[in-house]
Structure formats: structure tokens, C-alpha cells
Design a protein around this ligand. Structure first.
Ligand code: 13P
Length: 260
């Protein structure tokens, strides 16, 4: 199965509008001339989405080159939900992807599998493509809970999604202990987890959907480890935090990752 690699920058709570504009202008010059046979996605904070869309548009980038993601969305349509942003509001800014279930949303903001599932369904209603994040903590891994945790997150998080929805969904395996720590999973640890996640998708949706779905790795991805990770048969891209804040290192991750 030939799966198109997908590299996504998750800026988390970094970069307002002017820094977003600077990044995009620089990044575009860096990727020019490179044959990047992949999808590139940038997920800025909500308030920087309009500037990202505008800068991409005025740089002559069509949505094929760099796609826009949100880092979250509400599970509700509209109404008295202070501080929330709806999927329809995101659509107005040419957002195609939405990151859901990130471990920071789970652990800091108390998002349960049930809430994440409601957001997944709401995103699909608006035809947004979820980047559905899963991953175990160090204690869970050391306690022999890795597969049980991934099974629960996948089964609960994807409840009610159809095969058609799955064709528009990306999964990101991000071991919590590797996020922002500088500790990357070994390529063997990552490959094993990815193969397991793919087998879960196969159990739920069949072999065809499992063979097609893209599974990104996230957690301290850097230019120096991208090639080795991407060489693993079940790793189809990366979800990058810290190293995607600089245009040069984001470009190098993509370039090195595609070299294998
Ligand atoms: P780092 O690349 O900074 O470890 O963050 C990974 C991540 O959480 C991406 O969503």
C-alpha cells in the first residue's frame, strides 16, 4: 500500500499572527525546488488561522502544498460555550484538518475518550479531517498497559465513525513520555506501536481501511531522527511540536524523512 506521507507542525500555544506570517514566508522559500512528495500541514493557534490562510494565499500556495489544521474544536455547534470554537467557524478559514485527542488536551484540560469521540464526530460532520492522537504515559508503558491503553483510546475515540470517515482520518501515535522531552521512542518501539494500532483499525474496519490509514509518529521528532523513523513500514509521517517552530528544522524533517 502506497500511503502519502503527512508531516504536520503542531505549534501548540506558540506564534501569533505576525510570527505566523514570518514563518510561512521563510518556510515557503525553503521548500521551493524540493520535490516533497508529501502532505504538509500547519496547526497554529486559533487566532493565527486567518493570517496563515491569508499568507498562504498571497504567496500563491494552493491548498495542495500546505494545508491548514486547527489544534482543537468544540463538540458543540453554537451557543453558550464560553471560550470555544466551532467546526463551522474553522471552515471559514480554509481549515481542512483538526488535531483531536492530543495528550495535552487529555491530561491538562481533562478531555476524556468520550469528549474526544464527540469532537471526532462533530469534525466529520463538517467534513474536517481529524488528526486523532493517542499514546501511553511512561507509567502505563512500564506497567505493561501499552496495548490496553491504545486499544481503549482507539475503540472509544473512533466510536461511530464510518469507513468513509476513516478514509479522511489520520492517526498520530504520540507516546506521552516522548513529547517535548527530547526522548524519542526507538524506531522499533514506534514501529511496534504503529503495527499494533493498524491491527486495531483492521479489527474494527477491516484490512483495507487499515492498509490505507496513515499513522504519524509524534514525540521529539527532529531532523536527525526523521529518516530512521520514517523508514519503518507502518510510520507514515510525523506530528512535530518544538522542531516545527523553526522553518529550517521543519523543512529538514520533511526532507530527511522522505529520503529513505
Ligand atoms: P515535540 O515534537 O515537541 O516533542 O511535540 C510533539 C507533539 O506533541 C506534537 O503534537
Amino acid at each position: 500500500m502506497n500511503r502519502k506521507p503527512i508531516f504536520a507542525a503542531n505549534w501548540k500555544m506558540n506564534k501569533g499572527a505576525s510570527e505566523t506570517e514570518d514563518f510561512v514566508k521563510s518556510f515557503i522559500t525553503k521548500i521551493q525546488g524540493l520535490n516533497l512528495a508529501s502532505e504538509i500541514v500547519i496547526a497554529p493557534p486559533f487566532v493565527s488561522l486567518p493570517k496563515l490562510a491569508e499568507t498562504l494565499h498571497s504567496s500563491g500556495q494552493n491548498s495542495q502544498t500546505i494545508q491548514i489544521a486547527a489544534q482543537n474544536c468544540s463538540q458543540f455547534d453554537a451557543g453558550a460555550y464560553t471560550g470555544e470554537v466551532s467546526v463551522m467557524m474553522l471552515r471559514e478559514f480554509f481549515v481542512h484538518y483538526v488535531i483531536l485527542g492530543h495528550s495535552e488536551r487529555r491530561s491538562i484540560f481533562g478531555e476524556t475518550d468520550e469528549i474526544i469521540n464527540a469532537k471526532m464526530l462533530k469534525a466529520r460532520e463538517a467534513n474536517l479531517k481529524p488528526i486523532f492522537c493517542i499514546g501511553e504515559t511512561l507509567a502505563e508503558r512500564e506497567g505493561g498497559q501499552l496495548e490496553a491503553v491504545l486499544r481503549r483510546q482507539v475503540t472509544e475515540g473512533l466510536k461511530g465513525l464510518t469507513e468513509k470517515d476513516m478514509a479522511e482520518t489520520v492517526i498520530a501515535y504520540e507516546p506521552v513520555w516522548a513529547i517535548g522531552t527530547g526522548v524519542t521512542a526507538t524506531s522499533q518501539q514506534a514501529q511496534d506501536a504503529h503495527a499494533f494500532v493498524r491491527s486495531l483499525v483492521s479489527e474494527l474496519y477491516g484490512a483495507d481501511t487499515a492498509a490505507r490509514i496513515r499513522i504519524q509518529y509524534g514525540g521529539s521528532v527532529k531532523p536527525g531522527n526523521a529518516a530512521e523513523l520514517m523508514a519503518c513500514p507502518d510510520i507514515d509521517g510525523a506530528l512535530i511540536g518544538g522542531a516545527a517552530l523553526e522553518p529550517q528544522s521543519f523543512m529538514e524533517i520533511i526532507r530527511n524523512g522522505l529520503e529513505n
